[in-house]
Design a protein around this ligand. Sequence first.
Ligand code: TYM
Length: 342
Amino acid sequence: MKVEMQTKKRILSGVQPTGDLHIGNWLGAINNWVTLQEQYETFLCVVDLHAITTAYDPKELSKNTLSTAALYVACGIDPNECSIFVQSQISAHSELCWILNCMTPINWMERMIQFKEKSIQQGNNVSIGLFDYPILMAADILLYDADFVPVGEDQKQHLELARDIAQQRINAKFSKNKNILKIPQSIIMKNGSKIMSLIDGSKKMSKSDPNEGSRINLLDPPEIITKKIKRAKSDSFNGIEFHNPDRAESRNLLMIYSLLSGKEISQCENEFSNTGWGTFKKLITEQLIESLEPIQEKYKVLINDPYQLNNILQEGKDKAEDLANKTLKRVKSKLGFFEMEK
Ligand code: TYM
């Protein structure tokens, strides 16, 4: 058993506990973790320090943190095999973040697309934390010597930044021979890595969209799913298509249907080439309700058992903290920090 653990490559990923998780988070990230967990040693954090980079309600933060962890398990993450933990519980994340802050040129940060997009939404209330978000994310990843980071398409640039910081600003500068930090690679799935808004097929489905109708949340009850799909944007073309560039909404819903039903895109295209929007919307509504029901059932049981959830997070923390502290110690030592004589 021990030998097997050592030879497995490692993955690390996380979701912010900001409001309800939606099917984009699931199909773009969590579902891949579920597939990968057997093959890799898996570390999954609930990134609550990232969740305070925009305005938030302190009464909701810890509730959302617990609920996000419960959703990981409800979606199929096996807590006996994977380490699930809360980012803020391991202070090495903040400490490595500070060190990396001091090593990263500000003009690298000014290129971050997500910061530009999010800061527009925030008006003149943009925090330094929002600007620093990708460096904290780099710290999350690099602390665990992660080989791979399974994420949605929107995180690609942040992953590249983490790689550049590790390689150019730490390894190349502070170690001649052996790498101090492992260079991680992203895993971005071909299908599902960019689920679009239900009301605008050119925009990503997002927790921060003020319009609730733009997304299906994992915990939406059947009547809400029905209402949201009914109101989802459609078009005046015949049939449901995937490859027509003028039909972003049709493409998006067909992708969602394909991922949920397990049918190939081409099979769905054939099946729905003459289907009207009304019929297709009914079918995708049924599919969404059917696919989300087992997650919702499992979630209900877990969220009503805080003792079990606590145990999962405690075990995850113990394992993660050990690893994180080792990496932090290695980095501090190579970067010249004072160390106590033993
Ligand atoms: P968050 O909470 O914004 O997103 C969590 C994951 O969901 C993916 N995602 C999507 N995938 C497909 N379609 C969408 N519409 C969609 N919206 C979101 C995201 O790509 C992500 O994989 N910054 C990270 C959180 C983080 C992290 C980390 C991830 C912090 N530290 C370390 C990996 C490793 C984020 O985007 O959270």
